[in-house]
Design a protein around this ligand. Structure first.
Ligand SMILES: [Zn+2]
Length: 401
C-alpha cells in the first residue's frame, strides 16, 4: 500500500527540487531571479538545487535574456532531450506507438495492426518488439527511456495499470502494465483511458492554457468524457470517472454493450446510426446507405441522402441534450469536442449547440462555450507521453509499504 512519506529534511529537499524543476519545465526558458520569485526559495537553496539539476543533465544554462537593459540575466533551460518516453494508444485493431522527448514532442511514430480480439499477451509481445525497434531506429538505448504511457479504451484501474474491461478489445482484467513490465523491467509504466490522455494534451497545449475548468467530450465510434476541475483531471474512486456515455438518455432504450439499456452512447455516437438506421431503413427505399458507420453516414448526409441526414440530425440533438446535462452538472468554462467525429462536425454541431446552449445557466444570461479541439490527431500520443512525464516529475511523496 502507498503511504505518505513522513515529514523530514529529505522530503522538503525533494519537494523543493521538483518545484524548481517543474517551474523550469513549464517555462522552458527562465532566469534565476524569476525562478526565485515563483518558487519562493532563497538564492542559496536555489543555487544548490540548480547545480544539482545541472549535474544530472535535466537543465542547462543557456544564452541571455534579451530584455530590459541593464545587466543581462543568464537563462536556465529545461533539457528536453535528457531522455525519451514511449507513448502507446491501443485501438480496436491496431496500436499507435511513438517515441517522444521529455516535452512530449513526437520524434517518431508507427501504426501496428493486430487482429480484432487479439489476445493481450500477443499484443504486449508486439509492443515490446516495437519499443525496441523504435529505440534502435532512432539511435536510442534502453537507458534513455524514462517512462512508458499506455492509453486504452474501456475501464482502466490506473493505480494498478489494469484494463478492467474493454468491450472493444474483448479484454477483461488485463494487467497490461505488469505484463509489459515482465519484459521491460527497468522503466516505469503508466496506464489510463484514451480520453484522459487527450485531456492531458489539452491541459498542456490546448484549452488548458486558458481554462481551469473544462470538460472534454470525444464523439465518434463511442462517446468519451474527461472532466477537468481546477486544471486537474477528475478520476473518481478507481479512475473510472467520465462514463458519460453510460448515463441514461432513454428509459428502456436500446440495449448497450455495458449491460444497461438506453445509454447516451447508443444515441450520441456511431452506435445510434446502427440502432436507428436499421429501424428506419424500410421507410427510405431510395437510400444508398448500406453500412451505418460514422464515415459512410456522414458522406451520405453531405450528399443529401435523406436517411443519412435524419440520422445525423437526431444524433446531434441527443449529443446536445447530453452536453446540456454536463453543463448543468459541472458548470464548466467550456465544453471541448474532440474525437474522430469532429471531421464531420458541420453535420451535427449546429443541433448540439442549439440544444446545449439552452441550459440552466443560459436562462440567467451565463454562456458556456462549446468549441472544437484545436489539437491535431497526434494529441492522443502526446497525451500518452504526458501521462508518463507528469508522473516522472511528481515529487516522490509516497512510499510503498
Ligand atoms: Zn452503456
Amino acid at each position: 500500500m502507498n503511504k505518505l512519506r513522513n515529514g523530514s529534511k529529505e522530503l522538503i529537499k525533494d519537494i523543493n527540487r521538483y518545484k524548481v524543476l517543474n517551474i523550469i519545465r513549464e517555462k522552458q526558458y527562465i532566469s534565476r531571479s524569476e525562478i526565485a520569485r515563483l518558487s519562493d526559495l532563497g538564492m542559496s537553496t536555489l543555487t544548490y538545487i540548480i547545480d544539482d539539476l545541472t549535474r544530472q543533465g535535466l537543465i542547462s544554462e543557456v544564452g541571455e535574456s534579451s530584455s530590459t537593459g541593464g545587466r543581462r540575466a543568464k537563462l536556465i533551460e529545461f533539457n528536453k532531450n535528457f531522455g525519451t518516453t514511449i507513448s502507446v494508444k491501443i485501438e480496436e485493431e491496431r496500436f499507435l506507438i511513438a517515441l517522444t522527448n521529455m516535452n512530449a514532442e513526437i520524434i517518431d511514430m508507427m501504426k501496428i495492426p493486430f487482429e480484432k480480439y487479439a489476445k493481450p499477451e500477443f499484443v504486449v509481445a508486439m509492443l515490446e518488439k516495437q519499443i525496441e525497434m523504435l529505440l534502435l531506429k532512432n539511435q536510442k538505448v534502453r537507458s534513455d527511456l524514462q517512462g512508458i504511457g499506455i492509453l486504452s479504451s474501456g475501464l482502466v484501474n490506473r493505480h494498478e495499470g489494469i484494463i478492467l474491461r474493454s468491450s472493444m478489445l474483448g479484454w477483461n482484467n488485463v494487467p497490461i502494465a505488469q505484463l509489459l513490465q515482465q519484459q521491460i523491467t527497468d522503466v516505469p509504466i503508466f496506464v489510463d483511458k484514451n480520453i484522459n490522455g487527450y485531456a492531458l494534451a489539452e491541459l498542456s497545449n490546448g484549452e488548458g492554457q486558458e481554462s481551469d475548468d473544462f470538460v472534454l467530450v470525444s464523439v465518434g465510434a463511442g462517446l468519451g468524457l474527461s472532466v477537468v476541475i481546477g486544471k486537474k483531471i477528475h478520476y473518481g474512486s478507481i479512475g473510472g470517472a467520465g462514463e458519460f456515455g453510460h448515463t441514461t438518455m432513454e428509459m428502456g432504450g436500446y440495449p448497450c454493450h455495458c449491460g444497461q439499456q438506453g445509454c447516451l452512447e447508443m444515441y450520441a455516437s456511431e452506435f445510434y446510426f446502427k440502432n436507428k438506421g436499421k429501424e428506419l431503413l424500410s421507410l427510405y427505399p431510395n437510400t444508398s446507405l448500406k453500412h451505418f458507420n460514422f464515415e459512410e453516414v456522414a458522406e451520405h448526409a453531405q450528399k443529401g441522402d435523406p436517411l443519412a441526414s435524419e440520422l445525423m440530425d437526431k444524433m446531434g440533438c441527443y449529443l446536445g441534450y447530453g452536453i446540456r446535462n454536463l453543463i448543468n452538472t459541472f458548470n464548466p468554462d467550456k465544453i471541448v469536442i474532440a474525437g474522430e467525429g469532429i471531421k464531420y462536425s458541420s453535420l451535427f454541431m449546429e443541433n448540439a449547440k442549439r440544444i446545449s446552449q439552452d441550459n440552466f445557466f443560459s436562462k440567467m444570461g451565463i454562456e458556456t462555450q462549446l468549441v472544437q479541439s484545436r489539437l491535431k490527431d497526434d494529441a492522443w500520443l502526446v497525451g500518452g507521453a504526458l501521462l508518463a512525464i507528469n508522473h516522472i516529475f511528481q515529487p516522490p511523496l509516497w512510499v510503498n509499504e
